[in-house]
Design a protein around this ligand. Structure first.
Ligand code: AMP
Ligand code: ZN
Length: 471
């Protein structure tokens, strides 16, 4: 049985989707006012692990991730640059998709943009006005939180004990300023304006996700995710809007990942303490799969402290897996297979699956995988592994790629591109001609392209150490 910690109840609950075998998942996507940093990708990576694990467990997953292309920050950025919203956000949207591909994050089924869903938002706001849950003030429309008795349920505060006063216009605010929040903002100098049934203006941030989730997933749906900083006010407000409008529950399971921090502080644009994927992969030559393993390997409900040392450790873990597969594939083993290995695989699979099923406890799963590698390596050293065992173990390890997304390409998927193959041959020629400086130069060029050579008594072997994106 799969269990997740539901922020709504604060407890670990068995996961039961609304429709057996199907999961509807909504994850808050990027606000495209700047390039995403690896803190943002930590959230996307946790959601990727969640989705991959659900699929690995046999569920069909429909995943929607919105793109916030109109809010306070995007408008501010576009105005500062003197361009329209669309022109301003386009490069950030492109960079975001590139980042996902580099980290092998599986794409969502839909990436709806806020600016393309204004009529959906207007429909909800209109309904809230009709129900008397929203009101107009100076051309803007606000949600009246005192009309929604459940307000505070997600972020765990008791509205009856607080005295919220006044209204808040800003999309982001702290718990200390619990107030009626803006659903629709009156036209302002420099703001984009939509002429709509509820008047001219532009949407607040929170209504965007209520509208886009309902459009693609209906209401209620199964799982809604984001970082812990989204709990208040963003997700609290989404619940208020959607439930007050539709008169039924919004989401069954809320899963939130903790922050990625550097030097004890949340990585964020405003603090200037951030790295982007190009900073790490292109500038520093970091293997994107090591970054993936690092981001995925800390439990999502724990703070992830980003250090280059931790990145080195992830790279070492990745190397262990790759070297292990390489041994299994390239060594000559005696024929046959053993029941001991079959049992070891059953045991590993059980531990691996149980770990992730227990609120995505990835540490247990990775420990099971590394323990398998350790034990099989001992057998290899002692010449006790048979060819059938090697095939079975390699097949199992590759099968985990669906959920982990860090494995090298399988044999057959990894033909070297012609120009690299030519380089391997040129190096062999140089070596045979005893031109070691040329051979060495070519070896370095290959290494830079992610291909590592190993000279054995049977000739040269090569392996690809980069599997994705980071050329
Ligand atoms: P934003 O683009 O600011 O709306 O953030 C997009 C997603 O990244 C949200 O789910 C945030 O909660 C998440 N996020 C932002 N900063 C961090 C961080 N340092 N660590 C983890 N998640 C973050
Ligand atoms: Zn959202």
């Amino acid at each position: 049985m799969i269990r997740f910690t539901n922020t709504l109840s604060g407890a670990k609950e068995p996961f039961v989707p609304l429709v057996p075998g199907e999961v509807k998942l909504y994850t808050c996507g990027p606000t495209v006012y700047d390039e995403a940093h690896i803190g943002n990708y930590r959230a996307y990576m946790f959601e990727d692990l969640l989705k991959r694990f659900l699929k690995y467990s046999g569920f069909r997953v429909t995943h929607v991730m919105n793109i916030t292309d109109v809010d306070d920050k995007t408008i501010r950025g576009a105005n500062a640059k003197g361009v329209g919203l669309e022109e301003y956000t386009a490069p950030f949207i492109r960079a975001f998709h590139e980042g996902l591909a580099v980290l092998r994050i599986e794409p969502a089924d839909v990436y709806p943009r806020a600016t393309a869903h204004i009529p959906d938002m207007v429909r909800i706001i209109k309904g809230l006005l009709e129900k008397g849950v929203a009101y107009r003030k100076d051309g803007s429309i606000y949600f009246k939180i005192s009309r929604f008795p459940d307000y505070g349920r997600l972020s765990k505060f008791d509205l009856s004990e607080l005295r919220p006063s006044g209204r808040i216009e800003s999309d982001e605010y702290e718990k200390e300023s619990i107030q009626d929040f803006a659903l629709w903002k009156a036209p302002k100098e420099g703001d984009p304006v939509w002429e709509t049934e509820i008047g001219p203006g532009r949407p607040g941030w929170h209504i965007e996700c209520s509208a886009m989730s309902a459009r693609y997933l209906g209401q209620p749906f199964d799982i809604h995710c984001g970082g812990v900083d989204n709990i208040f006010p963003h997700h609290e407000n989404e619940i208020a809007q959607s439930e007050a409008f539709a008169g039924r529950p919004f989401v069954n399971y809320w899963l939130h990942c903790h922050h990625l921090i550097v030097d004890g502080e949340k990585m964020s644009k405003s603090k200037g303490n951030f790295y982007t994927i190009p900073d790490l992969v292109q500038t520093r030559g970091i293997d994107p799969m090591a970054l993936r393993l690092l981001l995925v390997s800390t439990h999502y409900r724990k703070v992830l402290n980003f250090t280059f040392e931790a990145l080195d450790q992830a790279a070492a873990g990745l190397r262990r897996i790759r070297d292990f597969l390489f041994e299994l594939e390239t060594r000559a083993f005696p024929a046959g297979s053993s029941p001991e290995i079959a049992l070891l695989l059953v045991d590993t699979r059980a531990k691996f699956d149980e770990g992730l099923a227990d609120d995505l406890n990835i540490s247990i799963s990775l420990t099971a995988l590394f323990e398998l590698i350790r034990r099989v390596n001992v057998l290899i050293k002692e010449d006790r592994l048979a060819a059938g065992d090697a095939i079975a173990v390699a097949a199992y390890v590759y099968s985990l790629d669906g959920v982990l997304g860090i494995m090298p390409p399988r044999p057959g998927e990894r033909d070297l591109p012609a120009e690299l193959r030519a380089k391997v041959e040129a190096r062999e020629k140089a070596r045979k001609a005893r031109d070691f400086s040329l051979a060495d130069k070519i070896r370095k060029e290959l290494a830079a392209a992610g291909v590592v050579l190993e000279d054995t008594k049977d000739g040269v072997r090569w392996k690809i150490v980069r599997t994705s994106g980071g050329s």
